[in-house]
Design a protein around this ligand. Structure first.
Ligand code: BES
Ligand code: MN
Ligand code: ZN
Length: 493
């Protein structure tokens, strides 16, 4: 899809569709009044299905205009309009476009800033993305838009063009991550996924891939134990973004379980659905890394992406096994379905050994975080309040919901093991402290050492079923985290 900015009168614009915003209660957004006037409507057609709420739209015929139709797009309450609502409204317009190929819109004028042009462009690019690599023909409701013209006053044209370029980079990175997550598990065994990540980042990063022999020689006991049940052995991918004269060094760690069956602690069939998305943390980091050079990120970034397939078999790890993670910490494996923290233990220990300024990990780690925060937000846990505040502020700007959870010290003792340094789950029979997202994070914290560290549990927002996907997020993979990471890294420099 091509997005351009133009300083044109909406009534003089040629397009298949003209999308204009309407606030809740039928209050006309920018550009709406003259358009409705030209259609001979003196009041907005408020119907039970269109009151101007976010998510709603209404298609009108446009006799006498140069456009094929007028699409009214709900913007929600006027006093609550912000960039994120524009992003959602733009995505609704992209999905409601039907057969339209060229669309012009005044949506970005709701909040006349570069940030709103970027949000509108991202909404169109992300909302129009549909996954049709595995269909014989695109879905019938797939967007056919190939050109979007964002109407803007001539005084802001060059600012709008910069904003569109940034939206393209952010959206390409997000869609790159989505496409990895949407791959079926049989098409992304660890070695294949490592190659797909290398292809995604291209020349933007240095790439290093450790195979199972190197992992064994170097003592990555967590990754190897989780991958032991699969005939497709694990990998550890390292990506490096090395700017000249870097302003500090950050390590990103992403959970990359290409399919999580639970292992011998087998999940139920229903619990196994969507577990191809258990590598969404690694995918988000790979997507972000692909965009860093283009954005001119000034921070040096190392990404560590442990990739493994968690399957039951005669070679799988067993409950009661003890493994030695990178760096020497031993772990009693009480539940093979708590596998994410085992691969992350290795990667976090390797990250901490480098003594970077910060470590941020992204992981679809627990069902517990979904019980607590729902599917639209990630839980954030950190040993460093400043790092937490900075990532939360970046998420807010990016339009992603990141909510802090506490690292209660009184839960730590539940990770004590009778046989090893640590147990991988807190709940023993008849002794379950609850707070599974928190105890998982307390486990991870042991491996981050003294480095400022932040953990994002993205189990909820990484993947949305069609029923939960109403705007630019999903359906399927969302690429959650890509835009937060890029915003945080850009602001850090
Ligand atoms: N990958 C899952 C977490 C998950 C659940 C992600 C639902 C997305 C949706 C993780 O590996 C897992 O199985 N976690 C267990 C941990 C438990 C065994 C302590 C869980 O949350 O039930
Ligand atoms: Mn699991
Ligand atoms: Zn998992």
């Amino acid at each position: 899809m091509q997005i351009t900015a133009a300083a044109q009168d909406p009534l003089a614009t040629r397009a298949d569709l003209l999308a204009v915003g309407v606030f809740k209660g039928g209050i006309e957004g920018p550009g709406a009044a003259p358009v409705l006037g030209a259609l001979g409507l003196d009041a907005l057609p408020v119907t039970p299905g269109f009151r101007g709420d976010i998510g709603q739209h209404l298609l009108l015929a446009a006799p006498g205009l140069d456009v094929g139709g007028v699409l009214l797009v709900g913007l929600g309450r006027m006093d609550e309009a912000d960039a994120e609502r524009l992003r959602r409204a733009a995505a609704v317009a992209a999905r409601a476009g039907g057969r339209a190929r060229r669309l012009a819109t005044t949506l970005a004028e709701v909040h006349p800033t570069g940030a709103s042009v970027q949000a509108v462009a991202e909404g169109f690019l992300l909302g129009a993305h549909s996954e049709d690599r595995f269909r014989s023909a695109p879905a019938s409701d797939a967007s056919r838009l190939d050109e979007v013209v964002i109407l803007t006053p001539s005084s802001r044209l060059s600012q709008a063009r910069d904003a569109i370029r940034r939206a393209e980079v952010y959206s390409r990175a997000t869609i790159g991550a989505r496409r990895l997550v949407d791959l079926p598990p049989s098409a992304k065994r660890p070695a294949q996924l490592a190659d797909a990540i290398a292809e995604l980042v291209g020349e933007a990063c240095e790439v290093q891939i450790r195979d199972e022999a190197v992992l064994a020689a170097q003592g990555f006991g967590g990754i190897l134990a989780v991958g032991a049940g699969s005939s497709h052995p694990p990998r550890l991918v390292t990506l490096r973004h090395r700017p000249r004269d870097p302003l500090g060094h950050v390590v990103l760690v992403g959970k990359g379980i290409t399919f999580d069956s639970g292992g011998l602690s087998l999940k139920s069939p229903a619990g196994m659905m969507e577990m191809k998305a258990d590598m969404a943390g690694a995918a988000a980091i790979a997507g972000a890394c692909a965009a860093m050079a283009e954005l001119g990120v000034r921070v040096e970034v190392t990404a560590l992406l442990p990739l493994a397939e968690n399957l039951p078999s005669g070679t799988a790890q067993r409950p009661d096994d003890v493994l030695t993670a990178f760096g020497g910490t031993t772990v009693e494996v009480a539940d093979t379905d708590a596998e994410g923290r085992l691969v992350l233990a290795d990667a976090l220990a390797l990250a901490a050994a480098d003594e970077p300024d910060a470590i941020v990990d992204l992981a679809t780690l627990t069902g517990s975080v979904i019980a607590g925060l729902g599917q639209y937000a990630a839980g954030a846990m950190s040993n460093d309040p400043d790092l937490l505040a900075a990532v939360q502020a970046a998420a807010e700007l990016a339009g992603e919901s990141v909510w802090p959870l506490p690292l209660w010290p009184e839960l730590d003792r539940f990770l004590a093991s009778d046989v090893a340094d640590l147990r991988n789950i807190a709940d023993r029979p008849r002794c379950d402290p609850g707070g599974g997202a928190i105890t998982a994070a307390l486990f991870l914290r042991r491996f981050a050492g003294d480095v400022p560290w932040l953990h994002l549990d993205i189990a909820g927002p990484a993947f949305l079923s069609p029923a939960l996907s109403t705007d630019y997020r999903g359906p399927g993979a969302t690429g959650f985290g890509v835009r937060t990471l890029l915003t945080w890294l850009e602001r850090r420099a």
